[in-house]
Design a protein around this ligand. Sequence first.
Ligand code: M6R
Length: 609
Amino acid sequence: MCGIVGFYGKQDAIAIILEGLSALEYRGYDSSGVAILDEKHLLKCVKEKGRLKVLEAVVKEEHMVGSIGIGHTRWATHGVPSKENAHPHLSEDETIAVVHNGIIENYLELKAELVEKGYTFVSDTDTEVIPHLIDLYDEGDFENAVYQALSRLKGAYALGIISSRYPDTFMATRKESPLVVGVKDGEYVVASDIPAILSFTRDVYYLDNHEVVILDKGHLRIQDSQGHLVNKTVTHIDWNKEAASKNGYSHFMMKEIYEQPTAIRETLGRRLDEKGHIHLDGIKLQKEDLEQIDKIYIVACGTAYHAGLVGKYAIEKLARIPVTVDIASEFRYSDPFIDRKTLLIVVSQSGETADTLAALKEAKRRGGRILAITNVVGSSVAREADDLFYTWAGPEIAVASTKAYTAQLVAFYILALHFAYTKGTLTEGGYTDYIQEVEALGTQVEIILSEKDHIQDVARILVEATSAFYLGRGVDYTTAMEAALKIKEISYLHTEAFAAGELKHGTIALIEEGTPVLAIATQDHLVEKMVSNMKEVKARGGYVIAIAKEDTPHIQQVADQVIEIPKTSDLLMPILAVVPTQLLAYYTSVLKGNDVDKPRNLAKSVTVE
Ligand code: M6R
């Protein structure tokens, strides 16, 4: 939530900051702002409500020239989206400027103390306490004032700080919220995420919690919370700006839907040795460890949680280990049964989701072993885990997750197969057959994508609807949940997912003439039951759209529309069944004229609890 960018160098700071912010708009986009130290060493600040382009237009009118600056794109937590609540926030004399991503949990207490001391607040934000605190502690030593202010803060933050009182210095720090520093030829870009620095450099420092960046008179220092120097190594990012651009597609979401065959192949292919066996570099769990483990928790949020639900089917079926799946924000407060025999698998595309990170830390505290599935190298989740599985999906920019989800499913299939083979719960033949089927999924997704025009036609039905129901049985129910989240998120159509057998226990009362009902029916042993459920819906006037394997008996006779998908093992069907639902959500959103990549009220990376 919220994106921050800072620049310290010799070039024009504004151009680099604005470009960085545009790459971070996925983190929040209700308002934005920039502040620079100009040629006369004065602090200039501009902020606006609305998308970044509104700010860009205003900045053009202003004369903002300088080579040190900070910028922010906001997702509101404290205070409505408005110019006043937009960042940067300033000290009363407008000489200190701060951008912040996160939440200062004790801000009310700090605000009361500062008001008592005579400070005036102009916003409703938690952030505004920070410039006032720095001012309070400033006795001629910027670094000391910032350190003292930091010692008063509780909560999560990534901060960029500049001051016209110290025109050669830039400071930044993080606790729980991400921050990276890009370096090139004595110039630096500090940002919440890699895409913001890619046009500048691919060499970065990943900051750890409590580390403080000090750029002073052209030199970089990274210190710990006590002020001791920290030695860090530069990481070279192996993807480029093109991977984080639309590359000819109208939206990132469509590009990412089309990148799924590659994401699937990359995630699997990098793990197969010359014998076609799975080899997992980041997983240190040995046979003896697996034999000790008596239960697995999978914990995640949103789409990643849905991937976890599929993961449960795969691990239980193949490796015969009981799995509980929980929503991260609930797990943490549920007094879970975690001990040294528990493996906790956290799933997070960004690796920065606050609830998931908090759940991970809680499980660690209770003695559990942590395995992380994440898409972002060096993310917080990756750094906290004992065992690590990177999905090689490449950067996912659209708020609605697509390729990260299918890559997460591949990750779970690989893990389940690896656990099963190691434990001996799967024969050599079963193991190699499944691996071959996972290898074929990329091509099968391509076949589904080639049918996109049919899916676009089906979307016209959803555009007219006021609500819709998505049904499935067994593992298809998890696909229904993910599909319903996707369409809600970007097309704002009220959609509920149900286990098809549950419909008659209440929800069927909502079916009216023409209500669209998407029925996912890919599981051989459950298809007949699904057909009966579709008939029940038809009998009440519902309009049935079915997603089924090609040549499934009776479906064509019952459903109003059928989207056929290629065949694979029932366990692997979620990867194929989800693709038409992503396209349905996409086209419905486009037909409604919505902002597909940046849906209302949302942000890509949810770094607040
Ligand atoms: O980065 P994460 O995978 O931890 O994010 C979790 C959810 O916020 C995310 O999957 C969200 O539900 C997506 N926007 C759904 O498309």
